[in-house]
Ligand binder design. Structure first.
Ligand code: CAA
Length: 258
C-alpha cells in the first residue's frame, strides 16, 4: 500500500513502521494515524510478520498530536468525532508484539504512542514528556493514565503538571523504557529484539502480551488465574511439545505456531 506519512518495510519476519513527517517532527495528524492503523492491521494479517517496530527519526519519534490540525477545533468537534478514540486503540488491539524504538522527542501523543507499544527501547537522546498543559489542555491518549501506571503518581504528576521532559536515563530508571542504547545502535538493538521474539512460538508471544496487558486491567488474583489458565492452555499446542522436547534433547526448538 502507498503511504505518504509513514514508511513500511518488511524484512525477514519484522515489519518496521517509520513515522515520516520530518518537517513537523512526526506530529501525529489524522492522516498519519490512519496510515499507522492500516499498516498495523496489514502487519497483523501478514503471516510473514512476527514482530513490529514503530520508530521515527533521530530527532523525533513524534512531537505529539498535530497542534496545527487541532488548534481551531471546538469541544463539539472533538467530542462528536471522539478525537483519537479509535486511533488510541489501534496498537493495543494489534496482537503481534510491537516495539517502540524511540530517538529524540517523544512528547504528548508521541510519548503516549510509545507507551501503547509493548515495550520501549530508547536512544540516549530520547526525551519523553506530557507538555499538553503548556497548550491549555491535558493529555488525551494515555499520558495521565498509562504514564501513572508505568512511573508512579509522583513522576506522572510532575511530568503532566510541569510539562518537563524526562531524558532516557531517567526514563529507564523509572521503568518507562526497557533499554537505553546509543543513537546509532537504536535500530540494530530494536531489530535484534524483534528477531529474538520472531523465533518464538507466535502462540506464546500473543499469550504473553495478553497476560501482561491483563495485569493493568484486573486484580492480582484474577490476573494470576488468567495467567495460569493460559499456561495450562498452551499444553494443548504442538509448540509446547516441541519446546520442551528440544530442551530435553539439547537442541534449538523449531516452533510452527501450532
Ligand atoms: N504539532 C504540529 N507541529 C509541530 C509539533 C506538533 N506537536 N511539534 C513540532 N511541530 C513543528 C513546528 O511547528 C515546526 O514547524 P514550522 O517549521 O512549520 O514552524 C517544526 O515542527 C519544527 O519544530 P520546532 O521549530 O519547534 O523545533 P525545535 O527543535 O525548536 O523544538 C520541540 C522541538 C521542543 C519538540 C517543539 O517543537 C515542541 O515543543 N513541540 C510541541 C510539543 C507538544 O506540545 N506536544 C504535545 C502536543 S498535544 C498532544 O499531543 C495531545 C495528546 O495528548 C493527544
Amino acid at each position: 500500500m502507498a503511504y505518504e506519512t509513514i514508511i513500511v518495510e518488511v524484512e525477514d519476519h519484522v515489519a518496521t513502521i517509520k513515522l515520516n513527517r520530518p518537517d513537523a517532527l512526526n506530529a501525529l495528524n489524522t492522516q498519519l494515524l490512519g496510515e499507522l492503523n492500516d499498516a498495523l492491521a496489514d502487519a497483523d494479517r501478514n503471516d510473514k510478520v512476527r514482530c513490529i517496530i514503530i520508530t521515527g527519526s533521530a530527532k523525533a519519534f513524534a512531537a505529539g498530536a498535530d497542534i496545527k490540525e487541532m488548534a481551531d477545533k471546538s469541544f463539539v468537534d472533538m467530542f462528536m468525532s471522539d478525537f483519537f478514540g479509535k486511533e488510541g486503540n489501534a496498537i493495543i488491539s494489534t496482537r503481534k508484539p510491537v516495539i517502540a524504538a524511540v530517538a529524540g522527542y517523544a512528547l504528548g501523543g508521541g510519548c503516549e504512542l510509545a507507551m501503547m507499544c509493548d515495550f520501549i527501547i530508547a536512544a540516549e537522546n530520547a526525551k519523553f514528556g506530557q507538555p499538553e498543559i503548556n497548550l491549555g489542555v491535558v493529555a488525551g491518549i494515555g499520558g495521565s493514565q498509562r504514564l501513572t501506571r508505568f512511573v508512579g503518581k509522583s513522576k506522572a504528576m510532575d511530568m503532566n503538571l510541569t510539562g518537563r521532559f524526562m531524558d532516557a536515563e531517567e526514563a529507564e530508571r523509572s521503568g518507562l523504557v526497557s533499554r537505553v542504547v546509543p543513537v546509532k545502535s537504536l535500530m540494530e538493538e530494536a531489530r535484534g529484539a524483534a528477531e529474538k521474539i520472531a523465533e518464538k512460538s507466535m502462540i506464546s508471544a500473543v499469550a504473553v502480551k495478553e497476560a501482561v496487558n491483563r495485569s493493568y486491567e484486573t486484580t492480582l488474583s484474577e490476573g494470576l488465574l488468567y495467567e495460569r489458565r493460559l499456561f495450562h492452555a498452551l499444553f494443548a499446542t504442538e509448540d509446547q511439545k516441541e519446546g520442551m522436547a528440544a530442551f530435553l534433547e539439547k537442541r534449538t526448538p523449531q516452533f510452527r505456531d501450532k
